[in-house]
Design a binder for this molecule. Structure first.
Ligand code: HEM
Length: 462
């Protein structure tokens, strides 16, 4: 088989397509038991093992005649960019994870194929999340954050800080993007439903390959998942029947979109986009804020809180906000909410990077892991250390930083998340002091989130 021939798969095919085997870790079957043991210990242990291997990790079928597509995990940022930069026709959001998300979120911007409809939808939604429109949300973000701070100002040990942040993030998302006020208990109920659905999606992803009817019927037999699905569905319908929501700029634009009635979004399309905004927007932002607080609360990092407060007291708001933003970026480097994502190749792919040539056959699964790339020792000094000052220089220079993904499918809510995250954190740190001496390991579900046992000591700043 020549290097030009990409058909078929299996070890012989792969080995003839690499001219620089030093960068490839072709997973040896003797290594699988260790990965299974790691998996039982937790997904972080699996990632730690994968982090020690070469930059290109390839899993292939035990029996090459079985025609099971290989899985490529790419860690080096230049490989990631080269493959993710491929045209829409080469990569698709298919595979077990995206199938599982589609069962709940339908066909929204996150799950759609990269076609004309996706492009048009992105053109409608995108501008509403750009800095010039986000500025108008400031008052609501301030008001809702102050409301939450009042609850925390009683001080003491706050159990599950993440829940407070998740509720706030939900309230901010629905108020600013969908024009809806959500009371704390309602926000918590819907946000919790999304967390349960998230866990179910993670389980579905792992149980890939079963008949479709199994996944469709399964929630009916799991009361808490069924209730979560019903809650999300009822809430989404409620949003779509609310006059204030339909008059909100983003939703009004989506409803009116299309030159003719026939090209307008159907009720189902609108439902799926609302679910997408709820699901993609609030949980990721909440995790990133909570991780930042957790990291700043450790004894080795508490001095950053002092610097932020001093700057705010002295009226140096720009300096304070810059450090808050850097801490937020650094927290997402260590704990990127989307710690792994995947694509399926719809054609044979060939790229050449400084690591050598890389050939990925059609039908392969390609994984990238911001969690692993963010710890790549060639690009990050002392990668395990929390150091917000890494981001003092423009982060655009950091090619090994991809918490919001990359390429055409890069996160559409990046500016919104950066803005909300920085404002919420600055307000919280101005009025409250956070500390903890215990490390609560993060949870790797379908997204990365802080432990539900996260406890922080909170005291008022006098
Ligand atoms: C800290 C917060 C956030 C993080 C870390 C994050 C991360 C990401 C990542 C990594 C992707 C790319 C996934 C892939 O290529 O497979 C993505 C896509 C997306 N995100 Fe975010 N996100 C955040 C906040 C938001 C917010 C606030 C919204 C909306 C309000 C949002 C909506 C979306 C959508 C719709 C997509 C799909 C875009 C497309 O495929 O065209 N995200 N996000």
């Amino acid at each position: 088989m020549t290097q030009e021939n990409f058909s078929g798969n299996g070890l012989s095919h792969l080995s003839t397509n690499y001219d620089n085997p030093a960068n490839v870790h072709l997973v040896n079957y003797l290594e699988i038991p260790q990965l299974v043991i790691d998996y039982i210990r937790g997904r972080q242990a699996v990632l730690e093992s994968l982090g020690k291997w070469e930059d290109r990790i390839v899993f292939t079928a035990l029996d090459p005649t079985e025609n099971i597509p290989p899985i490529f995990l790419l860690k080096h940022p230049l490989d990631v960019q080269a493959v993710w930069g491929k045209s829409a026709s080469a990569l698709d959001k298919t595979g077990p994870f995206y199938e599982a998300v589609r069962r709940f979120a339908g066909q929204g911007l996150f799950t759609m194929k990269e076609d004309e409809t996706w492009q048009a939808r992105r053109t409608v939604i995108g501008p509403h999340l750009q800095p010039k429109n986000i500025a108008a949300f400031g008052e609501d973000v301030d008001r809702l954050t102050n409301q939450m701070i009042l609850q925390l100002r009683t001080g003491g040990v706050i159990h599950d800080v993440h829940t407070y942040i998740k509720t706030l993030s939900f309230q901010i998302t629905v108020k600013t993007l969908l024009g809806v006020d959500a009371q704390t208990d309602e926000a918590l109920r819907v946000a919790d439903s999304l967390t349960k659905i998230n866990a179910f999606i993670a389980a579905n992803t792992l149980m890939a390959g079963l008949p479709e009817w199994f996944y469709r019927k399964a929630p009916a037999f799991l009361p808490s998942t069924r209730k979560a699905v019903e809650t999300l569905d009822t809430y989404t319908r409620q949003v779509l029947s609310s006059p204030t929501a339909c008059a909100s700029p983003l939703l009004a634009h989506l409803i009116a979109y299309g030159p003719e009635q026939s090209s307008r979004l159907s009720e189902k399309d609108l439902h799926d986009e609302v679910v997408t905004i709820l699901a993609a927007g609030h949980g990721t932002t909440a995790s990133a804020i909570a991780f930042t607080l957790q990291l700043l609360a450790y004894p080795t990092n508490r001095h950053y809180q002092d610097v932020i407060r001093k700057d705010l007291k002295r009226g140096n708001k720009t300096g304070a906000l810059r450090l808050v933003r850097n801490a937020f970026l650094e927290a997402m480097r260590l704990y990127p909410p989307i710690y792994m994502t995947s694509r399926e190749t719809t054609e044979d792919i060939r790229v050449e990077t400084p690591l050598g040539k890389l050939a990925i056959p059609k039908g392969s699964c390609v994984l990238i892991s911001p969690y692993l790339t963010h710890r790549h020792p060639q690009f990050w000094t002392d990668p395990e250390t929390f150091d917000p000052n890494r981001f003092e220089a423009d982060r655009g220079e950091k090619i090994a930083y991809l918490p919001f993904g990359l390429g055409k499918r890069r996160c559409i809510g990046e500016h919104f998340a950066m803005n909300v995250g920085s404002v919420v954190l600055a307000k919280m740190l101005e009025q409250l002091e956070f500390s903890t001496d215990t490390f609560s390991p993060p949870l790797f579900i379908s997204t990365l989130r802080p432990s539900s046992h996260l406890q922080l000591n909170v005291s008022r700043v006098e």
